[in-house]
Design a protein around this ligand. Structure first.
Ligand code: ATP
Ligand code: MG
Length: 234
């Protein structure tokens, strides 16, 4: 319990820090976007300068979205349930991450069952879970790989499967990946909170999360698959 409360405290101060940083970044971004817009109005749409400005606008908008996500996540929002289509959540997250996924020879394969029953849940929170899992998957496929995302309904459960062709999770880490602050990323690259946060969200949704993983010592085709099962009632 002592350890837990230490973590909770550490998390709370981390949240405050993240919120502070996000806030500080928001202002310069708004200024960049504002001036870009002014310049765009003064520039001929056929010119090279116009394309450059458009790129600046696009990237600054991306950064703004990341900051907004971070802020909305850190600010404690109440859990708001509504009926959600999990395919929509997946598509939203993939759209948001598209730029990151598509670099470095990564490929996405989507196989979403068309007529899924709706589930009761908080779409923002569910997107957060999907984001964290996909983010981990693309991180381990830095040199390229295939991200497969599928949904299906088996009459009882909606089953979401997210798999990567990355390095797999070594045996000695498997018990720990959902622990707060467990990370194998280098300092400054990861907080080790992604899966812990996801696990906590998932607990609120009566959901089961499991994973299967093989390292290159264990299989010719190493990789990790996260499976999320949600109760779906028609
Ligand atoms: N798809 C995956 N393949 C291999 N290892 C993974 C995968 N997903 C998670 N892990 C392992 O679990 C650890 C914890 O993941 P988690 O998302 O909680 O934190 P993180 O990714 O390290 O940090 P953050 O999410 O803040 O960027 C990772 O550092 C990695 O060692
Ligand atoms: Mg992560």
């Amino acid at each position: 319990m002592e350890e837990q409360s230490y973590y909770t405290e550490k998390l709370a101060s981390l949240g405050t820090l993240a919120a502070g940083v996000a806030h500080e970044i928001n202002n310069p971004l708004a200024i960049i976007l504002g001036f870009t817009e002014i310049l765009l109005e003064k520039t001929h749409p056929d010119s090279e300068e116009y394309d450059i400005l458009k790129t600046i606008e696009k990237q600054a908008t991306n950064a703004k979205r990341i900051v907004e996500n971070l802020l909305s996540f850190v600010r404690h929002k109440e859990h708001k349930e509504q009926l959600v289509n999990i395919n929509d959540c997946i598509n939203t997250v993939l759209d948001m991450m598209n730029n990151t996924i598509m670099i470095n020879n990564r490929e996405v394969k989507k196989d979403l069952q068309e007529t899924l029953p709706l589930i009761k849940g908080d779409p923002g929170e569910l997107q957060q879970v999907l984001f964290n899992i996909i983010n981990n998957a693309i991180y381990v496929m830095k040199g390229g790989g295939i991200l497969c995302i599928s949904t299906k309904y088996d009459g009882h459960w909606i089953i979401i499967s997210i798999s990567d062709t990355g390095c797999g999770i070594p045996k000695e880490h498997r018990q720990r990946i959902f622990d707060p602050f467990f990370t194998t990323k280098e300092v400054g690259k990861g907080t080790g909170l992604g899966l812990w946060v996801s696990y906590n969200i998932i607990k609120k949704h009566n959901v089961i999360i499991t994973f299967e993983t093989k390292t290159k010592e264990e299989s010719e085709k190493p990789g990790t698959t996260f499976i999320i099962k949600l109760p779906g009632e028609r």
